[in-house]
Ligand binder design. Sequence first.
Ligand SMILES: NC(=O)c1ccc[n+]([C@@H]2O[C@H](COP(=O)([O-])OP(=O)(O)OC[C@H]3O[C@@H](n4cnc5c(N)ncnc54)[C@H](O)[C@@H]3O)[C@@H](O)[C@H]2O)c1
Length: 504
Amino acid sequence: MKEPVARTTVAVVGTGTMGQGIAQVALVAGHPVVLYDAVHGRVEQAAGAISARLDRLVDKGRIGKAARDAAVAAITPADELAGLAHAGLVIEAVAEDLSVKQRLFTDLEAVVADDCVLATNTSSLSVTAIAGALRLPGRFVGLHFFNPAPLLPLVEVVSGYATDESVADFAYETAAAWGKTPVRCTDTPGFIVNRIARPFYAEAFRLHEERAADPATIDAVLRESGGFRMGPFELTDLIGQDVNEAVTRSVWESFFQDPKFTPSLAQRRLVQSGLHGRKSGRGWFRYGSQDDQPEPHTATAGDPPEAVVFTDGPAPVRELVQLVAEAGIPVRRSGVGRYGFLGLPESGQLMLADGSLAASHGTDTIQFDLALDYRGATRIALAPAQGAAPEAVAAAVGLFQALGKRVSVVRDTPGLIVARTVAMLVDFAADAVARGVASPADVDTAMRLGVNYPLGPLEWGERLTPRWVAGVLDRLHGSYPTGRYAPCVALSRWSTSPGGVLSS
Ligand SMILES: NC(=O)c1ccc[n+]([C@@H]2O[C@H](COP(=O)([O-])OP(=O)(O)OC[C@H]3O[C@@H](n4cnc5c(N)ncnc54)[C@H](O)[C@@H]3O)[C@@H](O)[C@H]2O)c1
């Protein structure tokens, strides 16, 4: 294997957003960096922008003046590809176009030495396909940085079919030496993050399409109950609906239109209307004055029940019952109550969202959504069965308010918001591991660092138990028998394995 931290000359091809960020990372790590871009003048622009960013790091005390001067002096602009002849590692960040990238790498092979490692920063193209036309495809690897590259720690190291193990090791060690947190994965659509994150967006858009709740409410529930940093609607407005939808469509097409990855019609319409999000002034939400931001649905004050009746239930329900008792609401233990249900004396019953409709358990049933942690959650979604008595809804609302939570009452929809989203994320993660895309640890690291999830999906699945997650999906599949929600074989196997171990 080549020495990763030796002062190998790194060449960066394509000096736009990502190329500049990657070059900065390599420069700060002490490498000489050659910059090349097809558009005349871009390299000089990029060198200026990198210097300015390094100046700001000096002002903030993050690097010393001498390190900044050394990094700036280590930039070599190249007017033509021949200037990259001495590079030991070339990282490409040009336009996301297969034929452009293939042509570039074929040209590069004629310039660089045979032991030069060639890497692509593609986010959605196949590493195997880009390498397809190369003379030495073994030296080709994916090095997928996240934007902004100098700040975000995650790097997906992607092995194509032909990538030599030693080359993937070299890429991994190099990213680690640059202070990044690399993860290893095989070349599958979306790699780790863009594959497993699909349902985070898709389930929210589907819930909106089914009129379960409005975007502001779904976002608020996923943030305040699910523990996600941002909701899917506000996040895709920030990313750009066009960009997010293009990734979804590309992954779906690459999986031969597998229904697990079906894009959203509502998002398609948004893109067709030019409502791309913040950058166009409007996406799911309008941007302009603060007054334009819709508020999530929040129920008005209700009276808590005098007591609740509880027998036993899954861990999240027991955690909730503990809080009820701590809030001074008596919990009557009943030997005859239904497992998982919380009785609201004289009005109705509460149950954790489990992938079924509340109405399928009787008109007196109200489902509450999953929370990352009921103690920390500041909002809970409730879904009363159609026709539920207003007193029962008021008592359920009052119960959660007595625990210090805001309450969003939404339409009775299988799986509610957090339970449905998390169950799908666990399913996608288990499937990726079982197919050898990445190790369980790398999947969880990638999702925590790449998209800021509060827990890795597999850690979450373990906490909820794979059996509970599979049960939610089984019932969702019963309601929507398209195959989208059918638990993957890996999850079914995991949920019945004696040691509860997910096998890869
Ligand atoms: N922007 C992101 O958030 C992000 C994140 C991860 C990965 N990526 C991937 O990184 C790559 C670059 O994305 P970006 O956002 O930096 O794009 P960008 O448009 O900001 O920059 C691309 C640069 O490549 C140059 N270029 C185009 N064709 C070229 C060629 N044949 N030879 C040399 N230079 C060429 C362009 O002149 C431009 O300066 C894409 O593959 C993209 O999918 C982007």
